[in-house]
Design a protein around this ligand. Sequence first.
Ligand code: AN0
Ligand code: CP
Length: 328
Amino acid sequence: MEKTYRINKDMLKEFTSIKQLGDLSEAFAKAKYVKENPFADQELGRNRTLLMIFFNSSLRTRLSTQKAAMNLGMNVIVLDVNQGAWKLETERGVIMDGDKPEHLLEAIPVMGCYCDIIGVRSFARFESKNDDYEELILNQFIKYSGKPVFSMEAATRHPLQTFADMITIEEYKKVEKPKIVMTWAPHPKALPQAVPNSFAEGINLTDYEFVITHPKGYELDPSFVGKAHVEYDQKKAFEGADFIYAKNWAAYTGDNYGKVLSMDRSWTVDSAKMALTNNAYFMHCLPVRRNMIVTDDVIESPQSIVIPEAANRVVSAQTVIKEILMSL
Ligand code: AN0
Ligand code: CP
């Protein structure tokens, strides 16, 4: 029998940060139960509807979250805001004489009428650091939809990814306190800090050794870096690592917010660097640009766990949606 559990009250209304999982070992136990018994809670979601709203592209989040909801017996509606819906104005007070026929402030409560739970993907727009770091879009959904909202990657965090990453680390770790290294790697486009912020937030909840390595100028928000050691020498950082977590992100600090400062391929994760590690596993949230972020041979090596990591996205989503369903 599944043990009955309740989560902290915040999570009943929203899931926007890995911190809302509460006790981590309990969260991992819940995830393990979901993984081993994917169809055990079909009744929980019966006649309940999940609405997934995408302001940005997705492969994994879209498919894994839909699969998770279907495993729970839910109906699912997916809306790509930029394909088929009215363009949405997001600023209040704007004279709407431009190309956007609808305001988010009507659209959100309307969407709330058609579902029981809402998942939102809304990346950092890099127009205003303040708007991004205040989670302007996600918070409007929380405030005006009248329904529980969870993040499918918002401006500053990607908690379902982080939860899947952490489940994967628990499954693969060979020592109780592994050394985790999150490394910046080059990419041609400006990418949000959501994945690295969120991963750092998650690993900071553990007592694992945690090192972040990136070129100068790519410092993340200190509130996410937390107790991680920042090492600017990538090779030094890799020494003795048990897990290499690669990710590109655009600059965060000062006037460089949202800018690409470097495409230096000497930061690409290759087999020579992996040889410095403790036979580390290679992780990436995907999508990944081969031979920019990581070489073909590393991502194809037996130490690459990017596919099981992606598979765990169903587990993380199902665990979280189940918790929200239990609170309805
Ligand atoms: C996105 C990002 O870096 O946040 C999504 C990753 C899950 N990646 C891209 O846009 C390529
Ligand atoms: N990792 C991840 O969230 O992938 P998608 O952007 O394809 O959803």
